[in-house]
Ligand binder design. Structure first.
Ligand SMILES: [Zn+2]
Length: 120
């Protein structure tokens, strides 16, 4: 999850560079406004924290995907090493990383929904 705000000057999406599960916690830590400089037009301004929204982090999704994929290979390697074989076995082994990936994605979506639905 990545927090962003839209630049009031050039409408570019600015990454806020802080982390919080919801705006309430952000407000406790930073107050009503947060001073952010736009990377594109270098316009520095105080933004009301209600304007901050959460988006998914595509990099984190990619990392999760490759870790899941890596697990498939590790399991397959270990299985062939200890001599386990069979289609059903590989099917179930492949299912575990997929399940992990789906779970991580679902928790990511849930965090986004919580952050974006809660305004202060
Ligand atoms: Zn800007």
């Amino acid at each position: 999850m990545k927090l962003s705000v839209i630049c009031s000057n050039c409408k570019n999406e600015i990454p806020v560079g802080v982390n919080a599960p919801d705006l309430g916690i952000l407000r406790v830590e930073y107050g009503e406004t947060i001073n952010i400089e736009c990377r594109k037009c270098e316009n520095r301004k105080d933004y009301i924290i209600n304007r901050i929204y959460a988006t998914g982090n595509p990099f984190a999704t990619l990392v999760t995907f490759f870790i899941s994929l890596g697990l498939v290979f590790v399991f397959t390697f270990v299985a062939s090493f200890i001599g386990i074989n069979g289609v059903y076995f590989y099917g179930s082994i492949g299912g575990i990383p997929l399940l992990i990936f789906a779970t991580v994605q679902a928790s990511q979506k849930r965090k986004l929904r919580i952050f974006n639905s809660y305004r202060v």
